[in-house]
Ligand binder design. Structure first.
Ligand SMILES: *Cc1c(COP(=O)(O)O)cnc(C)c1O
Length: 378
């Protein structure tokens, strides 16, 4: 049986990147490393649509979030956190752990936080030093309107800090055009690398806030050091240099394809997947879906865990369950990064068989046909 990884992180890694990871370990203070970090940094700027520096930190995505908060927001300051799911909740938890007062702006799971909600929060809290948002809310599959937030935050002294960990490389993320000050990404989602690296872009306004925050409450995650070192394509501490060397290959794929094409490819696949899923009588969970994944509700009376374990055990298809209160209620099917139409086709085919097996009234082939038709007409 062939194993297919279709979770919204980690995601499959291209063969040419895996081959890089098989190469011998090398020394990190070397011309070879500087060259790799330069290539990665320039290609990340392309993927982020920014001219600002993008630093690479050895940690998972949450480490990048922590670096952003600790470096930018002084202790005792106030931040507005826009929360549409578990990852928005993580912003709140990171802020609280670092002594930042949080104003939570929430919406029901499956919906997006509207720019109007943010406008109201900014009116009520003119003293907020930052706004934390999530581009693609991986817990629910929702896409938030970062461009809309950016227009509002740009008019204030606050900085806009965005978690684009599952969005960057799948959906448009125009950091400079949208006025995003710090944008955090991770290696294991649409950037097609194993877990282990986080990336943070820092705008001029963001860097000013960071330099003005004398009391950064962190040593390792102090972004000032990363910003200083990246000027020479270097890092303050031993980086995961073999991951960075491999990332060169994955980012070149995006660079070669072009971001507009990358986004269009994800959009086409996502639209077709949504057609396939709804043709099976399943309900989409996200009101404003992000194109890196398709999230749908488990049929009434069926625990999504039952569907997921059958998919994995019987067909080698690894999809993800909901988290926390959504556990057992939804299925998350990722099609970001190195996933093509035939991987998604396999997932839909397996899903049909499993739904039929648990007694759901599906016509086997209906989802697959709708998916194929949608792709053919896209
Ligand atoms: C995966 C993910 C994270 C966090 O990631 P870790 O790499 O597990 O620390 C944060 N935010 C979003 C939106 C994610 O999808």
């Amino acid at each position: 049986m062939k194993y297919r990884l279709l979770t919204p992180g980690p995601t499959p890694v291209p063969e040419e990147t895996l081959l890089e990871l098989a190469r011998p370990v090398f020394f990190h203070r070397s011309p070879e490393f500087k060259q790799a970090l330069q290539s990665v940094t320039e290609d990340l700027q392309h993927v982020y649509c920014t001219k600002s520096p993008v630093v690479t930190v050895t940690c998972s995505g949450t480490g990048g979030m922590e670096a952003a908060v600790a470096s930018t927001f002084p202790a005792g300051s106030k931040a507005i956190c826009l929360i549409s799911g578990r990852w928005g909740e993580r912003w709140r938890n990171v802020c609280r752990a670092l002594g930042v007062e949080v104003v939570s702006v929430t919406c029901p799971y499956g919906k997006a936080v509207t720019p109007d909600q943010l406008a109201e929060a900014l009116r009520q809290h003119p003293d907020a030093v930052g706004v934390c948002a999530t581009l693609s809310e991986t817990a629910t599959g929702v896409l938030n309107d970062i461009e809309g937030y950016g227009k509002l935050v740009a008019k204030t002294p606050a900085v806009l800090v965005v978690d684009a960990i599952s969005g960057l490389g799948a959906v448009p993320c125009k950091v400079d055009d949208w006025g995003v000050d710090l944008c955090v990404a991770g290696s294991q989602k649409a950037l097609m690398l194993p877990p282990g690296l986080a990336f943070v872009s820092v705008s001029e306004k963001g860097e000013k806030a960071i330099r003005a925050n004398a009391g950064a409450r962190t040593f390792y995650f102090d972004l000032r050091k990363y910003l200083d070192k990246i000027k020479e394509f270097d890092t303050p501490y031993t980086p995961a240099n073999t991951l960075i060397r491999a990332l060169v290959k994955s980012l070149k794929r995006l660079r070669t394809e072009g971001m507009e094409n990358v986004w269009a490819r994800h959009a086409r696949l996502a639209a077709a997947c949504r057609s396939g899923v709804t043709a099976l009588g399943l309900k989409l969970f996200a009101e404003r879906p992000a194109d890196g994944m398709t999230v749908f509700a488990s049929p009434d009376g069926v625990d999504s865990g039952t569907i997921l374990s059958k998919l994995e055990k019987q067909y080698g298809l690894k999809l993800a369950n909901g988290q926390d209160t959504l556990k057992g209620k939804i299925v998350r099917l990722s099609h970001m990064g190195y996933v093509d139409q035939f991987d998604v086709l396999a997932a839909l085919a397996g899903l049909e068989l499993v739904l039929a097996e648990v007694g759901q009234p599906v016509a086997v082939g209906a989802g697959v046909a709708a998916f194929q038709r949608a792709l053919a007409s896209a």
